[in-house]
Design a protein around this ligand. Structure first.
Ligand SMILES: [Zn+2]
Ligand SMILES: [Zn+2]
Length: 374
């Protein structure tokens, strides 16, 4: 982690690069260092991995924004940086598929080496939590389906007691060379589908795929202050790797249900609070709801509609930090309706007693209005 290169540097683009620029840069560089063009070249492999990791982050607007803000020390990832090491492994990343179909005329599978370790697929789980759970943090258990190695055949797909055989067509390489025109094209072996192995007797349990879907339960600690759309990564909880490759990761994408009263923007909470016309005019104590019960607040005399009060530290905590945002209360002065005759009479008396100086804004308006026609 210490000598990780900046993602923009890896892709050779500047910080303001558009999504299109990033895509172009990635494709160009991926062609240069794809491991299939440099067999057994550890350095090319490392460069390719680094490139995929950079692309993974910079091609996703959310991840890019977080990277721009936090660099490799994103608090969402426990400060450990984006853990996308080996992301995509050798194959399985959609974006490169069409580059290689252009180059070899056969899609990604054509260039994948048989028996090469591959990282398992990443999984995504959408977790809905309440507004309060997001603010205060919570621990959630949930069930999800994961494709796992079949224990009857240990993932080989062959009937227990038998073994997959080396493919007779490609002799186990997973690829065949086709001579055509000016060049030799390498294609995926049709017999084995690129795996280099053929199964005579299929395992009954998994139907020869070597995988079975299994229901799993996971428990995730949701940090206080998490926001809608943010992701928690559970490393290694995705699908198992192939040929000894690492497991994929489980991405938990958080959806926060809205609150009846509060709106949230980052660490600040917003509340529209109706108060009566007499309270606004005379001032007085009101009960303001917060996420931890009500607090008393004294509204000053002559409070106008849309006035905002800021209650410090009554907002949302920042993830993995001691900072807590504010609660911003916007006062809505409500004009009373359905008044009784007696109440109307009182208001009339109030109005008749007015000298005009009670209404500063109105007076100024009337003065300007007079000027219009003179
Ligand atoms: Zn099986
Ligand atoms: Zn074959």
């Amino acid at each position: 982690m210490a000598n990780k290169r900046d993602y923009y540097e890896v892709l050779g683009v500047d910080k303001n690069a558009s999504a299109e620029d990033i895509k172009k840069a990635y494709r160009k560089k991926a062609k240069e260092c794809h491991p299939d063009l440099h067999p057994n070249d550890k350095e090319a492999e490392a460069r390719f991995r680094e490139l995929n990791e950079a692309n993974e982050v910079l091609s996703d607007p959310d991840k890019r924004a977080r990277y721009d803000q936090f660099g490799f020390n994103d608090p969402m990832n426990g400060g450990g940086g984006f853990d996308t090491s080996g992301f995509g492994g050798f194959g399985g990343f959609g974006d490169l598929g069409d580059i290689f179909s252009q180059m070899f005329g056969g899609g990604m599978g054509s260039s994948r080496r048989a028996n090469a370790p591959q990282q398992g697929n990443d999984l995504r789980y959408d977790l809905r939590i309440s507004f309060e759970e997001a603010v205060f943090g919570c621990e959630k258990s949930f069930e999800f389906y994961r494709s796992e190695l079949c224990e009857d055949c240990h993932g080989t797909g062959a009937k227990p007691g038998t073994q997959p055989q080396t493919c007779p067509t490609c002799k186990g390489s997973g690829q065949v060379r086709v001579q055509g025109g000016f060049m030799t094209t390498i294609r995926t072996c049709q017999t084995c589908g690129g795996t280099g192995k053929v199964i005579k007797d299929r395992c009954v349990k998994c139907g020869g795929t070597g995988r079975v879907k299994r229901k799993r339960t996971a428990t995730v600690k949701v940090p206080a202050g998490i926001d809608n759309g943010q992701t928690i990564v559970m490393n290694g909880q995705g699908e198992p790797g192939i040929n000894g490759g690492p497991n994929g990761d489980l991405y938990i994408v958080i959806t926060v249900r809205p609150h009846k009263l509060f709106r949230r923007d980052g660490t600040n909470l917003y509340l529209d609070m109706p108060i009566s016309f007499p309270t606004a005019a005379l001032g007085g104590e009101i009960d303001i709801p917060t996420l931890k019960g009500t607090v008393k607040y004294t509204v000053p005399e002559g409070t106008q509609n849309d006035t905002e009060f800021r209650l410090r530290g009554k907002g949302v905590p920042q993830v993995r930090s001691s900072y807590v945002g504010d609660l911003i209360v916007r006062v809505r002065v409500e004009v009373p309706t359905r008044l009784s005759d007696k109440q109307k009479e009182l208001l009339r008396q109030l109005d008749e007693s007015s000298t005009g100086k009670e209404y500063k804004e109105r007076k100024s308006f009337l003065d300007k209005m007079k000027g219009l026609f003179n």
